[in-house]
Design a protein around this ligand. Structure first.
Ligand code: X8Z
Ligand code: ZN
Length: 671
């Protein structure tokens, strides 16, 4: 998760990093190395921006260190330190925003004016002026993220109690095809969010107050103001883009429902909607784990695309090697240690693979520190936030220090985690490329850009590429193989689109008051039904707080960025294929090893957030608009195929009251 510019690049640290807004200059931001208040009185706008950049950079490492600690070692102490560091930062930011007021209406260079705009806009957590409320907000944000990270579902059987955290519960959804076990895992995880409801409600009040202090109607409007266009326009843009891809999603939905109905007779849909617990993913945002249910062709002709199976095999082989090197009579402790070593080794080797793609494009190798400080796998002895993230700890810039960039994941040898590593390294390479920019410009052209970098590479992970790295075999050119690979991509990319949209439709509504606390859960499921055509199998009343079971809600990371990224990445992909001189159907292009594509990408990344995104977009793609036609071009063969498969079926679904009825009853395809 990455914020839209440096400040927030605290990225990852999404929830906290973000700013606040206090009208009084804070004593703290007052007398740093950059000068006394008296000297500052006469400073020009340029000098002001230079000073803020320096102060921001100076305080950044302490803040990120506290946040890293609290995300990788969750306990009361680390949370206290993170909340305090964040409070200090928010207070400093309030000071800068207040100081910037004196430049309003003055003539200044476009860069300076942009830097000041970013200073005011770059936060997703605007804090109220009142220091007590600011501290409360900071504590709440830290607490909710900690609750998510430490979330655990415990069941008791007789005397023994067993607890599972998100990764284990996700394993069930990924691998089990027993509907009762899947429902239990799904419901179990959602219990962890129930206690967040009151905190979230208060959190909303506080950020809204912060947003109003800054002159926005509410926090949602502030989030929508970060796109170099009026806030109402970006909302309309997302509607337009969704309109372009909706028919494709509807075809995929129809096909998935038919297959699920066949796989789970009588339970494969809920009044025409897809049952939340059966989609292989806790939030139904990626259906890739349902490959066994949804694969178009399974004969040899189509070739195998079982990346997860191949990674698991590699993992086993590493473990076997480690064990063979030992005496057969090793004790339990040693056995556990070897198992851990094997997990770490496979995680590192998956990461090296991802790094290799970027390096093949001419980008630098990851700094040595990256390998020392990254969290690759879930530690055994403490709670951590497993949700993947990428960090720039020090904005090293041109100061001669080595960049301290890291990722934090709980990697397992499966396809989803493998592609997530490529995603995270996209953030890291963006950090490295724009590191020379002033801190305020160290951010994505907009936040959707940041999310799209690694995914652009994921699109270039064609079966040929996967075969070249030994993860799939027997690839032959055939129409069946094309459809299979298109389906593999669509289950990740197309299934995601309505999910990418509905999260912030919910939060925009919560922030503007059209969704009230007594309606939180109902509104959530109404939106899931409307956009995704997904429903829970059992009634989810207001005793639940299902939004809190998705990281970005307690983590306060805006989500529209991911929807935009799922459009942008196809545009970037197409442009890089062009730059590589590729000719042929878009879906077969890989630019592995192509330096011309790499140079073009790197130049774009290096711009950071220093100019309006439309300009950056133009430099890469030739156009200034987000546009989903590359998505449709890419998936054209699959869309034709889906149309044939769905012929004679009644596709679509009726959304309302899916949540209210809950269900359980077998569903006939809805009209
Ligand atoms: O949160 C993420 C990344 C970190 S920025 C792992 N993603 C979204 C999610 O998991 O919900 C990537 C795709 C969507
Ligand atoms: Zn990301």
């Amino acid at each position: 998760m990455i914020q839209r510019h440096a400040l927030l690049v605290l990225a990852v640290a999404a929830s906290l990093a973000l700013s606040g807004c206090k009208r009084e200059p804070s004593p703290d931001a007052g007398s740093t190395a950059a000068g006394t208040s008296a000297e500052r009185k006469n400073e020009t706008a340029d000098e002001f921006v230079t000073r803020v950049n320096a102060e921001l950079k100076a305080m950044y490492p302490e803040l990120t260190a506290a946040q890293w600690l609290s995300s990788t070692y969750i306990n009361d102490d680390s949370q206290l330190l993170a909340a305090k560091a964040n409070e200090k930062y928010l207070t400093a930011l309030n000071g800068w925003i207040e100081q910037a007021r004196k430049f309003e209406g003055q003539q200044m260079s476009p860069e300076t004016s942009r830097a000041i705009m970013l200073l005011k806009l770059g936060t997703s957590m605007p804090a109220p002026n009142d220091p007590a409320k600011l501290a409360e907000l900071s504590r709440l944000a830290t607490k909710m993220e900690g609750m998510y990270g430490a979330g655990s579902y415990c069941t008791a059987a007789g005397d023994s109690k067993s607890c599972r955290q998100l990764p284990e519960l996700e394993d069930v959804l990924r691998s089990s095809r027993d509907p009762a076990a899947q429902l239990d895992a799904w419901q179990g995880w959602h219990t962890i969010a129930q206690p967040m409801r009151n905190d979230y409600q208060r959190f909303v009040e506080l950020v809204n107050e912060g947003a109003r202090d800054l002159g926005f109607a509410n926090a949602g409007e502030m989030w929508r103001s970060g796109y170099d266009m009026p806030p109402a326009e970006i909302a309309a843009e997302t509607d337009r883009l969704w309109g372009q891809v909706k028919p494709l999603y509807e075809q995929l939905h129809c096909y998935a429902r038919t297959r699920l109905d066949a796989r789970y007779p009588g339970q494969g849909s809920v009044n025409g909607l897809l049952p939340a617990h059966l989609m292989g993913n806790m939030w139904q945002q990626d259906w890739g784990n349902l490959w066994d249910v949804l694969a178009p062709y399974t004969d040899a002709q189509a070739g195998s695309l079982d990346v997860t199976g191949a990674l698991e095999k590699q993992h086993q082989a590493i473990l076997n090697d480690l064990q063979t090197a030992q005496s057969p009579f090793i004790g339990e402790d040693k056995r556990v240690e070897l198992a851990r070593q094997a997990q770490l080794d496979i995680a590192r080797s998956m990461t090296e693979r991802a790094e290799d793609y970027y390096v093949s494009l001419g980008m630098p190798k990851l700094p040595a520190q990256y390998w020392q400080k990254t969290q690759f796998i879930k530690p055994r002895d403490r709670d951590v936030v497993c949700h993947a993230s990428a960090w720039d700890m020090n904005m090293s810039g041109d100061d001669g220090k080595s960049p301290d960039v890291r990722t934090k994941m709980c990697i397992k040898p499966n396809e989803e985690d493998f592609t997530t590593i490529y995603h995270e390294l996209g953030h890291v390479y963006y950090y490295l490329a724009y590191n020379h920019q002033p801190p305020l410009f160290q951010g994505g052209a907009h936040d959707g850009f940041h999310e799209a970098i690694g995914d652009t590479i994921v699109l270039a992970m064609t079966p040929q590429y996967l075969q070249s790295i030994g993860l799939v075999s027997g690839q032959q050119p055939s129409q069946e193989a094309v459809i299979n690979n298109q389906m593999r991509m669509a289950l990740a990319k197309v299934a995601f689109l309505p999910f990418g949209l509905m999260i912030d439709r919910w939060r925009w509504g919560v922030f503007d008051g059209s969704i009230t606390p007594d309606n939180y859960n109902k509104a959530w499921w109404d939106l899931k039904a409307r956009y995704q055509g997904v429903a829970p199998a059992t009634t989810r009343g207001e005793e639940f707080f299902d939004p809190g079971a998705k990281y970005h809600v307690p983590g306060n990371t805006p989500y529209t960025r991911y929807f935009l990224s799922h459009v942008l990445q196809f545009q970037f992909y197409k442009s890089l294929c062009d730059a590589a001189g590729y000719q042929g159907p878009l879906y077969q292009c890989s630019f592995y090893g192509n330096k011309a594509a790499g140079e073009k990408f790197w130049a774009m990344l290096g711009k950071g957030n220093s100019q309006p995104w439309q300009q950056t977009m133009k430099e890469l793609t030739g156009g200034e608009q987000m546009d989903a036609s590359a998505v449709l071009e890419y998936f054209a063969p699959l869309q034709d195929w889906l149309k044939q498969q769905n012929e004679g079926k009644t596709c679509g679904w009726t959304a309302p009251s899916a949540a209210a009825t809950g269900a359980g009853d077998a569903a006939s395809p809805a009209g």
